[in-house]
Design a protein around this ligand. Structure first.
Ligand code: MF3
Ligand code: CO
Length: 296
């Protein structure tokens, strides 16, 4: 994790570093003193480049509105009989028509505009003409958007027609686990408390939590610090200073937590035991008195 990068070299009457145009003493000086204090107490403190300004947050809001719109668009159309490539086309066209770019496309060689992960696929499923959704499937559609350089990222589960009680419960509990995580979000609190709350909610109900993947900082890049672990311990992790922005996106399995990354396509991740798995993803920014939900 990043270590505190120190109090900015600013006089009390200088303009604040955040771009507000206000004097430092009327703006972020108390904030910086709190960071410094947390650092002295031995906590993991975000560097200033992770603190989003009001302008950054406004840019991400506009990006996120497209991300949310794309997922709403998918929600209205997804049904048995369509291919996952069809979902990819919906997301691609919806995004491009609004002047934005699908962040997954060409990201480290990813070939499509969103991820579609069906049943035992944990994450990073590649949309395909050959993969046809059938009644009873569960699928995660993970959408990420770049607008004017601002990144947004969220994902949802969809149940295709009638699904088994077991699958319906997995999908519901995974969503509720995020809500438990959100309830643990406190400005100046700790990121590990959020991950631990998600973990507790899922494991108490008999599910397992994937270790290797988690949420991430986001905003000016697709993946920024911190890594948001869902096997985190309470009382650990980065200080949630207002302006920190990240995703909460646990992957929850019916069976064991182990994953299989051996797919020759280099992307598709499956549960090792081929049990069903689910994921939802939201993107938030920490505010003075809580958080703002940006994408869901
Ligand atoms: N959207 C994923 C996330 O939540 C990242 C997918 S990377 C991709 O972080 F290349 F597979 F799209
Ligand atoms: Co993400």
């Amino acid at each position: 994790m990043n270590m505190f990068d120190g109090m900015p070299d600013l006089g009390r009457n200088d303009e604040c570093w955040c771009g507000s145009g206000k004097k430092y003493k009327k703006c972020h000086i108390d904030f910086d003193e709190k960071l410094e204090d947390a650092f002295r107490r031995g906590l993991d403190v975000p560097t200033h480049d992770l603190i989003k300004t009001a302008e950054d947050i406004e840019g991400v809001r506009r990006s996120a509105a497209i991300n949310v719109g794309a997922l709403d668009y998918v929600a209205e159309r997804i049904r048995p009989g369509i291919s996952t490539a069809e979902i990819d086309r919906w997301v691609h066209e919806y995004t491009i028509e609004r002047g934005a770019i699908p962040a997954p496309l060409d990201y480290e060689g990813f070939p499509k505009s969103c991820c579609t992960s069906v049943n035992e696929v944990v994450c990073h499923g590649i949309p395909s003409e050959d993969e046809i959704l059938k009644e009873g499937d569960i699928i995660n559609v993970d959408v990420s958007t770049i607008l004017d350089g601002y990144f947004s990222d969220s994902s949802r589960m969809f149940c295709i027609g009638e699904v088994s009680q077991e699958r319906a419960d997995l999908v519901r509990v995974t969503k509720e686990a995020i809500e438990a995580g959100l309830a643990a979000v406190k400005p100046w609190g700790l990121l590990g408390d959020v991950g631990a709350a998600v973990n507790k909610y899922a494991t108490e109900r008999g599910y397992s939590v994937v270790h290797e993947f988690g949420g991430h900082g986001i905003g000016l890049e697709f993946h920024e610090d911190p890594f948001v672990s869902f096997i985190a311990e309470e009382g650990t992790g980065m200080v949630l200073a207002p302006g920190t922005m990240f995703t909460i996106e646990p992957m929850i399995n019916i069976g064991g937590h182990r994953i299989d990354m051996s797919d020759p396509n280099g992307w598709t991740v499956r549960t090792a035991d081929r049990s069903d798995t689910a994921q939802w993803e939201v993107q938030i920014v920490i505010t003075e008195d809580g958080y703002e939900m940006l994408a869901w």
